[in-house]
Design a protein around this ligand. Sequence first.
Ligand code: NAP
Ligand code: ZN
Length: 351
Amino acid sequence: MKTLGYAALTATSPLAPFAIERRALRANDVAMEILFCGVCHSDLHTSRNDWGWTRFPNVPGHEIVGRVTEVGAQVTRHKVGDTVAVGCLVDSCQHCDQCHAGEEQYCRNGRTDTYNSPDRITGENTLGGYSKHIVVREEFVLRLPEGLDPALAGPLLCAGITTYSPLRTWGVGPGSRVGVIGLGGLGHMAVKLASAMGAHVTVMSRSTDKEADALDLGADQLLVSSDPQAMAAAASGFDLIIDTVPVKHDLNPYLPLLDIDGTLVIVGQVGLMAETHTGSLILGRRSVAGSLIGGIAQTQEMLDFCARMDIHPECEMIRMDQIHDAFERMEKADVRYRFVIDMASLDASKA
Ligand code: NAP
Ligand code: ZN
């Protein structure tokens, strides 16, 4: 199927219209028209080859909401007309211990990302949700529960699950003391989700600019991370801190904020960090961990949780041709709190 997308052809070229040929449906495939796609900071990192592993052309987008247009002969989970969602994963081996445990993101034989991954069968580079249509293996297509607004749900598929997963892994519940470093796309979802789980939530932001927003989103307070006195006063006050900062930064000011046995989970920066003094870790049996998105079953659990608790991301709708400006603004942390592309703005007849 011919369709239209937006692609980066090189690390330095802005995204531009790009003709895409989606594969003919395999027996277990679902084809969908994409209605909305959220804009994740990973889209920007990958388009600019920040991590050094981008295969161009790159069509980003892994916060997809769409409507099913066709299903393969053996598909049982979805039918034409269903409103569905696709996140960061489109395939995995399905038979290793991690896949059996519902942790497809850690598939021993290599997960297949929605974009910038070799297809498991053809080896072709996967192309993501900045496009009018996509074809995805049925196990990786999620059901959008009633009660979630399709126009606003997209960011749950990455920002939502990436923060929900560590909150569940580290057992957050009523009374947990949770810190969130960086109030952007992931950060604002972490605040909403942790607060809905009953946690006491603190946003750690570089200034007070987002204080009113933080409280509106459900946080109990904002801690200014650039204020050493306020940081010192908050020492030993957290069970879990989720770090969403997208660039290299210094963990040393944050580690003393953890209580004994507390954990700081990095979900943002991939790569080198500033030198970390191990004293805070040793003296408080504190941990630094990482976490990658979440499995398919847990993503469905998160969508159902958000529908039940009426949790929607805060979205600024954009047209596809505004993506360059959106990237620029995201880089300046000038987004409150997720851009979502209305795919009706992309004219597929030009494909
Ligand atoms: P985002 O919307 O741009 O938010 C990042 C936030 O970090 C900003 O709003 C800002 O918050 C803070 N920040 C930005 N630049 C900073 C700097 N130079 N120093 C300190 N703080 C800074 O990004 P996002 O979409 O939430 O993504 C965050 C990171 O998570 C990205 O690196 C992305 O690739 C990664 N990610 C990881 C996974 C995973 O599975 N682990 C999944 C998705 C995304 P304040 O203004 O409040 O300080
Ligand atoms: Zn993402």
